[in-house]
Ligand binder design. Structure first.
Ligand SMILES: [Zn+2]
Length: 199
């Protein structure tokens, strides 16, 4: 019988690094599109393919462009995204946006994470334009992610832009993300459904 080991409390206590804490894009080494395409070509050869056959000839170009699209969130910031979309409003009723489609990529395999997010917060003098809440989810989804961090980053963004003035403000926003992780699904592992919630 194989016993699975529960993660230690030290492991559980480790915070997930935020994708917002990354070095600014300008400080990272520059890699050209040509170098990226060459890397994909190498990958194809390593997989046993002939990158020069008709069906694959443009694959490196397509892969680079698809990955750039799927990780475009690295080039966006919350400040830009929410600029002009925060309004003063004296309401304290919960705002809930449900069933926001998510398409992200797992940072361990660069394979799809498909899911939905429900996001809620209780305004305290400020509200965020509703469509922007979906855009915040999209921005964090379009980065290499783990479900837990994606969920936490969405909740943190709401807390930052619709902050509560009282103690206990952490209770005033939450995000709840669920769906399928393609990387585990593709490998026939049981744990491909996930559910993560952050208050
Ligand atoms: Zn994965």
């Amino acid at each position: 019988m194989t016993l699975s080991t529960a993660p230690s409390s030290a492991t559980l206590a480790q915070p997930f690094a935020s994708t917002s804490d990354l070095k600014p894009i300008d400080d990272r080494p520059e890699v050209s599109d040509a170098e990226m395409r060459q890397a994909v070509r190498t990958l194809l050869i390593g997989l046993g393919e002939d990158p020069d056959r008709e069906g694959l000839i443009d694959t490196p170009k397509r892969v680079v462009s698809a990955l750039k699209f799927l990780t475009a969130g690295y080039h966006q910031s919350l400040e830009e995204l929410l600029n002009g979309a925060i309004f003063h409003e004296q309401t304290h009723e919960m705002v809930l946006v449900r069933d926001i489609d998510l398409f992200s990529s797992c940072e361990h395999h660069i394979l799809p994470i498909l899911g939905k997010a429900h996001v809620a917060y209780i305004p305290n003098g400020k509200v965020i334009g509703l469509s922007k809440i979906a855009r915040v989810c999209e921005m964090y989804s379009r980065r290499l992610q783990v479900q837990e961090r994606l969920t936490a980053e969405i909740a943190k963004a709401l807390r930052r832009f619709a902050p509560a003035s009282r103690r206990g403000s952490r209770d005033r926003s939450f995000s709840h993300v669920y769906g399928h992780a393609g990387c585990t699904e593709a490998r026939n592992l049981d744990a491909h459904q996930f559910y993560a919630r952050r208050f």
